[in-house]
Design a protein around this ligand. Structure first.
Ligand SMILES: Cc1cc2nc3c(=O)[nH]c(=O)nc-3n(C[C@H](O)[C@H](O)[C@H](O)COP(=O)(O)O)c2cc1C
Length: 576
């Protein structure tokens, strides 16, 4: 089958319908639940220091992450890397209810199943290693497992076109972790989770004054070469990881003093032949087995994975914007919450109170944060949109329930304002496309239709009340057909990644506003399309999200992410 047709077939077949959910096992096979923690047995583990929030490197105020130049770059060190992984992929807490305990992480995950694995390819770092190497990040231990040695010359050649002290962070997915629970729709959820992780890496980098972007041009084969995912022997008897992506991370200030003649282009590629050299190096460790039995085969996941594989390694770069000058002191009140605190406290809401409302000002400010507008003077998108080097393809169809001063109803945020007209033509003809009250003129938010959308929002979100009891919920509407035709079937995964980044920004924005959010992967696809009037594959809703006043579950207790209780557990208590 043609790969593009295959991707569309997968998308179509994994839709949830009012009368039929996407195929999955009809029960949860608890005995076979995959271990959420991968380890490479035989690879040396270096534990990263567990840092309190008041220890160096200190976290900047949350808002400063969004002011270019406000956070000075810290040098790359073991402590700084510890912070990077802490805010990106580490455990953030353990939860306990009765006899069971489960870990939460800085990055959210559909069903808390955590398919995403993290890697680091970096030069010599004092207290880690005197020579470059590839590491796998082990979240339970907050440690780095050394998977491969990388000779100085090879590392220097790989990184020669990047700013000083740059290093790579890679992500892969164990599809089986999600497929165990969600069956065929799992491939979508793994891509959402990878998107959330792109954002947690980018935002964690921003807390250190570092920049980061996806190396968009790499083929999947290059990602496999770099991360060792194609080393069949190392995965013998263990569940495989699929290549997602590699990001380049660098201290932004170090790009300030460039030598004369530096053409300021950041390549978004690596030489595939050099990446292939990794295979010839010394590798350490064998992947642990995650489930007792072999994964349940879901053929259509293998097929869509093959069809959406990125075969090409393109050759283009991004103009490297000069680092921003530090802004003038903002004069903002002291005691602004730190980014680290917001990241640590991020949780999904489990239920909404059906009461809490949001001020219009805050609502507009939150939406402004998901706008990837290009700042033309510096040709830069704001953090974290600078991590996704493609034109935005996702717009938000909003169900507004409780925003003070704004009529409840359906709204549309055109994240690329140039697309508002195409959206309008594709949607119901009777929609008003009016400017909401007091809406900032540069925010392309449109009121489509006033009305009480609470029941509708919950209904189309698989009857989940959190979508109607919130302040607002939304569907992330992708320019589906056009994006796939322009770029190719591999772009299917990018569409989901972009939705994950939007979700992560909203998660943190909700915490900063004193409320809470939740990603919603379970929704009835075509009924959502009917709500907005989109009829064919031109636009498809890929991910839902809700933001509101949380109601906590008093039966749950919270334990620290790292501490004695984890060691106790390792010595004998049941692991989730
Ligand atoms: C892609 C994605 C889809 C999700 N879908 C749902 C959903 O449909 N319903 C729900 O209640 N929670 C959903 N969640 C929330 C997860 O259950 C939650 O992230 C996970 O349990 C971890 O908890 P935490 O976010 O508090 O760390 C989703 C999260 C993600 C990232």
């Amino acid at each position: 089958m043609d790969p593009l047709d295959m991707v569309i077939r997968y998308h179509q077949e994994t839709k949830h319908h009012f009368f039929r959910y996407a195929r999955a096992l009809a029960y949860l096979d608890w005995d076979n639940q995959p271990n959420p923690f991968r380890r490479y047995q035989g690879a040396a583990l270096s534990r990263l220091p567990i840092l309190r929030l008041d220890e160096e490197p200190l976290s900047p105020p949350y808002d400063d992450l969004y002011h270019p130049g406000a956070v000075p770059s810290v040098p790359v060190s073991l402590r700084a890397l510890s912070r990077l992984f802490e805010y990106a992929l580490a455990l953030s807490a353990w939860k306990q209810a009765g006899g069971s305990r489960w870990a939460l992480r800085s990055n959210p995950s559909s069903g808390n199943l955590h398919p995403t694995e993290g890697y680091l390819l970096i030069g010599a770092v004092p207290d880690l290693s005197s020579s470059p190497g590839l590491y796998h990040y082990a979240p339970k231990e907050h440690g780095l497992e050394r998977r491969a040695d990388c000779p100085d010359e090879l590392f220097a050649a790989l990184m020669q076109d990047f700013p000083p002290q740059a290093f790579l962070v890679g992500l892969s997915s164990v599809y089986w972790r999600e497929a165990w629970k969600y069956g065929e729709r799992a491939f979508r959820y793994c891509q959402h989770d990878a998107g959330h992780a792109i954002a947690t890496v980018r935002i964690a980098a921003a807390t250190l004054g570092w920049s980061a972007t996806v190396l968009h041009c790499l083929s999947d084969e290059t990602v496999e070469d770099l991360l060792g995912l194609n080393r069949a022997g190392d995965f013998a008897g263990a569940e495989r990881e699929h290549p997602d992506l590699v990001m380049i991370v660098w201290p932004a200030d170090l790009a300030r003093d460039r030598p004369a003649g530096d053409e300021r282009v950041l390549p978004l590629c690596l030489d595939p032949a050099l990446a292939g050299e990794m295979a010839k190096q010394r590798w350490h460790g064998k992947a642990n087995r995650l489930s007792a039995d072999d994964p349940v085969p879901w053929e259509i996941i293998d097929e869509v994975a093959a069809a959406s594989r990125k075969q090409s390694s393109d050759l283009f770069g991004l103009e490297l914007a000069p680092p921003a000058e530090p802004p003038h002191a903002s004069g903002a009140p002291a005691g602004r919450p730190s980014a680290g605190r917001i990241i640590h406290q991020r949780r999904s809401l489990l239920a909404c109170d059906g009461k809490t409302s949001l001020s219009a000002e805050r609502f507009y400010a939150m939406l402004a944060r998901v706008m990837p507008r290009l700042e033309l003077e510096v040709m830069r998108r704001p953090m974290p949109w600078d991590a996704l080097p493609w034109d935005p393809t996702i717009h938000l169809g909003l169900f507004v329930h409780r925003v003070d001063g704004i009529p409840p109803g359906l709204y549309m945020l055109a994240r690329d304002p140039a697309k508002a007209d195409v959206l309008r033509k594709a949607m119901h003809g009777q929609f008003a496309w009016a400017a909401p009250p007091e809406c900032p003129p540069d925010l392309p938010l449109h009121l489509l239709e006033e009305g009480d959308a609470r029941r509708l929002a919950a209904q189309v979100s698989c009857h989940q009340e959190i979508a109607g009891d919130s302040a607002f919920s939304l569907g992330m509407v992708a320019e589906f057909g056009q994006a796939l035709r322009t770029h190719g079937p591999w772009f299917y995964r990018r569409l989901f990644w972009e939705t994950g980044v939007i979700g992560q920004v909203l998660y943190l924005e909700a915490e900063a506003a004193g409320i809470r959010a939740t990603g919603i992967g379970c929704f009835f696809d075509d009924p959502v399309h009917q709500v907005f009037g989109v009829k064919d594959f031109a636009f498809q809703s890929l991910y839902h999200f809700t933001v509101g006043g949380p109601v906590d579950d008093p039966r749950l207790t919270t334990l620290p992410a790292y501490g004695e209780h984890v060691e106790e557990q390792e010595r004998g208590m049941d692991l989730p």
